[in-house]
Design a protein around this ligand. Structure first.
Ligand code: NAP
Ligand code: F7E
Length: 322
């Protein structure tokens, strides 16, 4: 039985990846941090699976990473844990650096010392491209991050490359573009909009307050993207891959499509601008070219923009009607 260790198992991607690996017959160890109230909502449905074991630890605590890895001797380690909300990274830049940047070298050190034979995945991000230096973005596009989060991810990316080259670890990064789902945190724009339009439709709120509607993102479906993570660790050689749909849409387009899906004819009546959601520095346009992933991993996104909007709005209509 193959063994996988996932940091960030309680997050959107961690929960889908745990499902995928359990379905494939893995024993899955998920790192969870101690909080005053437990936050296992995304993995509640997996809690009775005897092949899922939760391990208490934190990316800020070196020994809580090294000891479990020494004991478990996993075949695969997926580092998905991070302070992942870009807006918060301006309010908490130091904490973001601790978790999202230095956290990566802590887990790499743990792998190097405790289980150097394990294959390692780092959750890199299209936010590293920031003020984009070419369109579309590929594995060769230079980075120009525009937030403390993006800067932290660049460190995480390069330290992964460096450990691969310094210690011959099987360490790779997926440079994932935005991916969404009904399990996305409510603070991210797609889930915020999907939830709001459902509530407006049901008469539970009148409008949604948003920041910049003009930024464009390459939005995919989280379930498709965790499959790409797994595929990267099934290769003979560790390499980095862009994972994206190759389509870009503005926040306004997402809002319009979500209103249409919820049966709200006038999107402008649903929206108010609130400058609190504008960012000190914006990433205006992201669009990825995942040709390498298609050619080498045989990976392609199954869910496209319209279907993603449908999945997210219908999930919110259902939840909000309960
Ligand atoms: P998410 O839903 O915010 O999940 C983040 C996870 O990290 C949660 O399980 C959280 O635990 C855990 N975590 C945070 N700080 C930690 C710490 N100090 N120690 C241990 N665990 C900690 O994020 P996601 O959307 O699933 O994204 C997964 C990864 O991919 C992240 O690294 C993110 O930056 C990266 N990424 C995401 C996207 C995207 O579009 N979703 C794109 C590119 C890259 P709690 O539940 O306790 O908070
Ligand atoms: O913002 C604009 C905002 O917070 C998308 C993370 O998973 O993907 C994510 O980062 C866009 C930005 O995601 C609101 O200004 C307008 O242009 O949903 P978001 P993000 O910043 O792209 C990358 C790839 C990651 O790696 C990150 O971890 O939407 N926007 N109005 C708004 N955004 C939010 N959150 N809320 C608003 O009201």
């Amino acid at each position: 039985m193959k063994k996988a260790f996932i940091t960030g198992v309680t997050g959107q991607d961690g929960s889908y990846l745990a499902e995928l690996l359990l379905d494939k017959g893995y024993k899955v160890y998920g790192l969870t941090r101690r909080t005053s109230t437990q936050n296992f909502a995304r993995i509640d449905h997996l809690m009775h699976n005897e092949n899922l074991e939760l391990i208490s630890g934190d990316l800020i605590d070196q020994n809580s990473l090294t000891y479990p890895l020494q004991k478990i001797q996993p075949d695969e380690v997926y580092n998905l844990a991070a302070q992942s909300f870009v807006q918060t990274s301006w309010d908490q830049p130091v904490l973001t650096g601790e978790f999202t940047a230095i956290g990566v070298v802590r887990i790499l050190e743990a792998v190097r010392l405790a289980c150097p034979q394990a294959k390692f995945y780092q959750a890199s991000s299209s936010e590293m491209f920031g003020k984009v230096q070419s369109v579309p973005q590929t594995e060769e596009t230079p980075f120009y991050p525009r937030s403390p989060y993006g800067v932290a991810k660049v460190y995480g990316h390069w330290i992964t490359v460096n450990y691969r080259e310094s210690y011959d670890l099987f360490a790779c990064s997926g440079i994932l573009f935005n991916h969404e789902s009904p399990r996305r945190g409510l603070e991210f724009v797609t889930r915020k909009i999907a939830n709001a339009v459902a509530r407006v439709k049901l008469g539970k709120q009148t409008h949604v307050e948003l920041g910049n509607l003009d930024s464009k993102r390459d939005w995919g479906y989280a379930k498709d993207y965790v499959e790409a993570m797994w595929l990267m660790l099934q290769q003979d050689r560790a390499e980095d891959y862009v994972i994206a749909t190759g389509e870009t849409h503005s926040v306004k387009e997402f809002l319009m499509a979500a209103c249409a899906e919820a049966g709200l004819p006038d999107w402008e009546a649903v929206y108010k601008h609130n400058s609190a959601y504008d960012r000190p520095a914006e990433v205006d346009l992201l669009i990825g070219d995942a040709t390498k992933a298609k050619e080498k991993l045989g990976w392609e996104p199954k869910v496209r923009f319209d279907e993603l909007v449908r999945i997210m709005v219908q999930a919110e209509l259902e939840k909000e009607s309960e």
